[in-house]
Design a protein around this ligand. Structure first.
Ligand SMILES: [Zn+2]
Length: 94
């Protein structure tokens, strides 16, 4: 059974990880919070007019103890390029 074990334990080649990073500024205290979207795991697929659209929703909180929860919502096209972003409780900054 040696070779079976070997077969299953062989490490698959890990594809490169894709992340989309962004910064939001807290509307309450002005802290800049960095967020990250894992383009391989965080996205949910939707269909809009037969078009594939990925969306993701994230809740972020800074470390300033102002307890403002910032909700961000983003949409990506099928090439995983950002097409729309919204933030509640914060503002996107470069
Ligand atoms: Zn804050």
């Amino acid at each position: 059974m040696g070779f079976l074990k070997k077969l299953f334990s062989s490490e698959p080649v890990k594809p490169e990880k894709h992340y989309y990073t962004f910064n939001v500024k807290c509307n309450r205290c002005g802290e800049i919070i960095e967020g990250r979207v894992d383009l391989d795991n965080d996205l949910s697929l939707d269909y809009e007019d037969d078009r594939e659209v990925f969306h993701v929703r994230k809740g972020l909180m800074g470390s300033n103890k102002c307890f403002q929860q910032i909700e961000v919502e983003m949409r990506f096209n099928s090439s995983r390029e950002l097409i729309e972003q919204q933030a509640q409780g914060g503002t996107f900054v470069e």
